[in-house]
Design a protein around this ligand. Structure first.
Ligand code: FPP
Length: 251
């Protein structure tokens, strides 16, 4: 069993009645973190893995049911091959090493993206984690790998096109709801809160459809330095927002 100290909502300034149900994170700044220390980028990614581990358990302690993080974007193939393979190896090793603890904590692992294009050992490591944790019922932790928001919409529309072609669907029946239902994980609620680290102010093709009404929190903290306290600050920021979903507030 892990000796991790559990975080309790009542020990934080957070309002337990207004917690986000789905937090999404663009983990950025691993390279800058390493560069600032004269280390190689892979050291930054390794520290990023440790920060992700802390964040997963902090999210679970705060009783948030969904966490989705951007592990590898469909544009990240443009990086040097050594870095791409290093990241694929790290993800495979990490998910394998963490599996027992994820099971002990009733955490369900999911992946989303074009998984058929990633190296086989990484795909198999995740397939095992997804399979073994599929009946777990606390936090659903989803890693986006070889993921692109536009590609996800294209893949959804392709499913609808097949049904249109076969006559099972008419053009009039295509609605936002139907596109949502054909996304990678239609049972996930849309993220309430999107966090981006390292100060960049971009969506970078992450969850484009699902973040239509997400509140966005941008922090200068580099991902390897992100921790439970950073998550609490992001959620406090979220709780200070008034969400109107395009409507006006009643007096
Ligand atoms: C962004 O930093 C981070 C990534 C491209 C990868 C995210 C990966 C991890 C957090 C590590 C491992 C994940 C798992 C699941 C074990 P960057 O390299 O773009 O940083 P920079 O913009 O400062 O160069």
């Amino acid at each position: 069993m892990s000796s991790r100290v559990k975080l309790n909502i009542s020990d934080t300034p957070l309002n337990p009645a207004n917690m986000p149900q789905h937090v999404a994170i663009i983990m950025d700044g691993n390279g800058r973190w390493a560069h600032a220390r004269g280390q190689r980028r892979r050291e930054g990614h390794f520290q990023g893995y440790l920060a992700l581990k802390d964040t997963v358990y902090a999210t679970d302690d705060l009783k948030i049911p969904y966490l989705t993080v951007y592990g590898f974007s469909s544009e990240n193939w443009r990086r040097p091959s050594e870095e791409v393979h290093g990241l694929m190896d790290l993800m495979a090793t990490a998910i394998h090493a963490e599996l027992d603890e994820l099971m002990e904590n009733d955490i369900r692992v999911r992946v989303q993206g074009r998984l058929h294009e990633i190296p086989e050992h990484t795909r198999l490591a995740f397939a095992e984690a997804v399979e073994r944790t599929s009946a777990n019922a606390r936090l659903t932790f989803t890693l986006a790998i070889n993921y692109g928001g536009r590609a996800e919409i294209v893949d959804s529309v392709k499913q609808l096109a097949i049904q249109l072609q076969s006559g099972a669907l008419t053009a009039d029946a295509v609605t936002e709801e139907l596109i949502s239902k054909n996304l990678y994980w239609p049972d996930h609620p849309d993220p309430d809160l999107l966090i981006r680290t390292a100060g960049e102010k971009r969506l970078s093709n992450f969850l484009l459809w699902e973040t239509a009404y997400s509140e966005i929190h941008i922090t200068p903290t580099l991902w390897p330095d992100f921790n439970a306290q950073s998550l609490i600050i992001a959620i406090s920021d979220y709780q200070s927002r008034v969400r109107k979903f395009g409507a006006v507030l009643e007096a």
